[in-house]
Design a protein around this ligand. Sequence first.
Ligand code: SAH
Length: 259
Amino acid sequence: MRDRTRNALTPWASPNVALASLIAAASLAVVSACSNGAIGDRPAQAPDGEFVAARNAMVDAYADISEISDPLVLEAMRAVRREEFVLSRDRGRAYREMALAINAGQTISQPLVVALMTDLLDLQPGERVLEIGTGSGYQAAVLAEITDHVYSIEIIPSLADEVAARLDRLGYDDIELRQADGYFGWEEEAPFDGIIVTAAPDHVPPPLLRQLADGGRMAIPVGPPGAVQTLWLIERRGEEYKRTNQGAVRFVPFIREGR
Ligand code: SAH
């Protein structure tokens, strides 16, 4: 059977510690057990007791990964119910360290990659963050646990509709969503303290660079579609953009409208 996750947000090879840790942690087994617990201040949804232990075990394992040390990121990962963002057939695998297929041939990223990229943004409560590639909405929900100012753009109309309904149902109704080509960013809401791109373009879209606030951070994979790409952290200081290579990754292709 074809492994659909191979086209997903999958760590590939790594010249640096962050992604070496990712690969090591990807083999961690997360065992699901029963317990009850309230999740943040979101309204109660379908019973998720069976997933609480698995979610906590997943995040506990991140304690050994020095790159994911921000308590805000760890708490956000502990709060978001990933089982609500995957296809119903995959709920039992929601806390495994793997990307999973969602609709329209896209994927929900591996949780550890979500944690690492969120950590790179160094997001503070109250800051403004733009995501390109809403997909399932999982990454957007993680960001929304840290700040109330989350903007996310999805290019595929059916996914954009689906994710709007999901985020609303789960109580993430303050996330601003738009169906558009994220190449152009969200001019009216710029500047952003953080920009996170979850599909891989072959170059950094100039509008996104312009929409990054002074002092802002962008996490973006760049490289040829369907191949190995480089994850970059780009930090803006005035008109200077400092780029730091975060290692090799594999993301779904960045789609361009009308191309
Ligand atoms: N962040 C998502 C990952 C989704 S995969 C999650 O947490 O589930 C990447 C997503 O980027 C896909 O849904 C894809 O349709 C979307 N995408 C690709 N190119 C895009 C573009 N130019 N603008 C906006 N979204 C895009």
